[in-house]
Design a protein around this ligand. Structure first.
Ligand code: PBG
Length: 330
């Protein structure tokens, strides 16, 4: 027996009662750490269920005020809005329409719950007829590819449109190079120096986004997103992406997806002092829902455990479809 180890040290002493466990608990999750993703559609009059995401709906803009008050009453940290527009084109111009579903929902939410933090996703994939996150051009071999620099313009325009509607934070999720700088400049030039940028700095090309593409109607019509989203095999590249976005003026960083990338969350937490978010994405949500519905696991315990793990890995806040349920349970 090693001297000074067992039986002197017995870690179980501090696990003996709920009160002792609470006293020494290292990580807390509260409703204020959660951001609720919402889908506003110009094409529905009633909430419409998303079949692959039980409990998630596409909302009509008329529901925005009610949902804002609900989020505020639950004490959530904020909401992040996605839009399904009436019309799509090659450039994604409807992302910049001040009468589009997102700007209209932002205005209604800020009116109904002025204290609620309203974030808008900034990306054109919901607004392009081809479903890619940018403007296309012909590559040298004749195939189509996303034109990075041409896309920056439409992203900056969309971000400005959401800032004008009253968004507190804009969150570019497109993974174009240079977009944080382009968005910052457009905001500053138009008098929106106080609008914050949450960068989806480290976004992997993930199969876990599958259900989201149903919810937001944004699956690419050809090819995939591996030409702009990151390779799941890369960790050093995450540092580089985050560093560039921080230099360009990101106020907050995000890692996406969440659970399969806890190592990346921990890495960024160690290397950066900006607030750090993580996106517990649609596929992670759908897996829990499906297993719970099949009676295979206890949804409530699993959700609270996975939210805790995302916080423990180093995330300050979590974007999650579980937000309203979790807030009620916490
Ligand atoms: C792009 C965007 C996506 C998600 C958030 N923003 C989809 C994608 O990159 O294909 C996915 C979120 C989720 O899966 O929950 N606008």
């Amino acid at each position: 027996m090693l001297p000074g180890v067992f039986p002197v040290h017995r870690p179980r002493r501090l696990r003996r009662t709920a009160a002792l466990r609470a006293l020494v608990r290292e990580t807390a999750v509260g409703p204020g750490d959660l951001i609720w993703p919402l889908f506003f559609s110009a094409n529905v009059d009633e909430p419409r269920e998303v079949p692959t995401m039980p409990g998630v709906v596409q909302l009509p803009v008329s529901a925005a005020g009610r949902v804002a008050r609900e989020a505020a009453d639950l004490g959530l940290g904020g909401v992040i809005l996605f839009g399904l527009p009436q019309s799509k084109d090659a450039r994604g111009a409807s992302a910049c329409d001040p009468e589009g579903p997102v700007p209209r929902a932002v205005r209604a939410m800020k009116e109904a719950a002025p204290g609620l933090v309203v974030v808008t996703d900034v990306c054109v994939d919901e607004y392009t007829d081809h479903g890619h996150c940018g403007v296309l051009r012909q590559a040298r071999d004749g195939s189509l590819e996303v034109d990075n620099d041409a896309t920056l313009e439409v992203l900056a325009e969309a971000a400005l449109c959401y800032a004008r509607a009253g968004a507190d934070v804009v969150a570019p999720s497109d993974m174009m190079d240079g977009r944080i700088g382009a968005v910052r400049e457009a905001l500053d030039d138009d008098g929106f120096a106080d609008t914050a940028i949450l960068s989806y700095a480290v976004k992997y090309a993930s199969a876990f986004y599958g259900p989201f593409r149903d919810a937001a109607d944004c699956a690419p019509k050809f090819g995939d997103r591996t030409g702009y989203q990151m390779d799941p095999a890369n960790a050093r590249e995450a540092l580089r992406e985050a560093e560039l976005d921080a230099e360009e003026g990101a106020d907050m960083l995000m890692v996406k997806p969440g659970l399969p990338y806890l190592d990346i969350v921990a890495l960024l937490r160690q290397e950066f002092d900006l607030p750090l978010g993580v996106y517990n994405v649609s596929g992670e949500y759908a897996m829990v829902k499906a297993a719970a519905r099949a009676g295979m696991l206890d949804e409530r315990r699993v959700v609270l455990e996975l939210l805790t793990s995302l916080r423990r890995a180093g995330a300050d806040f979590i974007l999650t479809y579980h937000a309203p349920d979790a807030a009620r349970w916490l």
